[in-house]
Write a protein that binds this ligand. Sequence first.
Ligand code: 0GY
Length: 317
Amino acid sequence: MNEPPGAAAGAAPVPYASHAASGPFVMDAHWLPYHPDPSRPRFVLPAGAVDAHCHVFGPGARFPYAAERKYTPCDAPKEVLWQLRDRLGFARNVIVQATCHGSDNRAVVDALHAAGGRARGVATVQESVSDVELRALHAAGVRGVRFNFVRRLADSTPRDVLERIARRVAPLGWHVVVYFEAVELPALFDFLAALPAPLVVDHMGRPDVTRPVNGPEFALFLQLMHARADVWCKVTCPERLSVTGPPGFDDVVPFARHIVERFPRRVLWGTDWPHPNLKGHMPDDGALVDFIPRIAPTVELQQLLLVDNPMQLYWAH
Ligand code: 0GY
């Protein structure tokens, strides 16, 4: 991947792969940086396709990583995300606040302002956030908040606080993005089923894909999808969930395809670039795009997954 198509005349292009943290930060010793030169996918995305789960990291020199972070990544700035978007054939991005930035949303907001309407965001806020701040986030393009229940990533927040945040953002037309692992769902189920805002679940609730797709663990996740009509699911991260691994991530296909076919109007897809905290293998993002037709095998399902659903959730209001 060479020049960033959107680079301003005369400005030095940001190299695709710089792969270091900047400012006072040093990336973690075993950090796997994003792929240095993703392939152009064979699968041609539908016009207007949205990468509905990706992040920006820093650069740390400009947007410092949070003191309470659990990891220090390599910088992954917005200019590189735009290069990836164009290389893969996406039209738009949904940039999700990553835990390494805590509740300081400046890197995401900066990216949204720079995106010319081609990006929306999901923020992390504390209960102390003011209404003025929420309105400014909305004006920048934020349409949701993220609650992270994965303890290796974020300290826990009391549920009554989360419930009050959900109640405050719902009138803005926002939703709550929730990230949890399947083993936590039994304890979270009633809380999630009652949260007073639409829900978007990251990475299918992280099923253990060594368990049967028709077994009780995945059935509980499907029960959550059935429990309310405003739960959406990101059928993302085969590279994170797979035990059989690349190139096919075959063990993830039955789970994702089941959700896509059962809930075609409530699914989203994203790259998860720059793929934080992967161990052992960094995917080629082009190959990830080529995974899509295996989980959404028809043109109609692909149009819903990649265009209509994310546009409804992020660009309709
Ligand atoms: C993801 C997954 C992970 C990290 C984060 O915000 C984050 O730090 O979401 C993970 O480590 O599983 O969706 O990016």
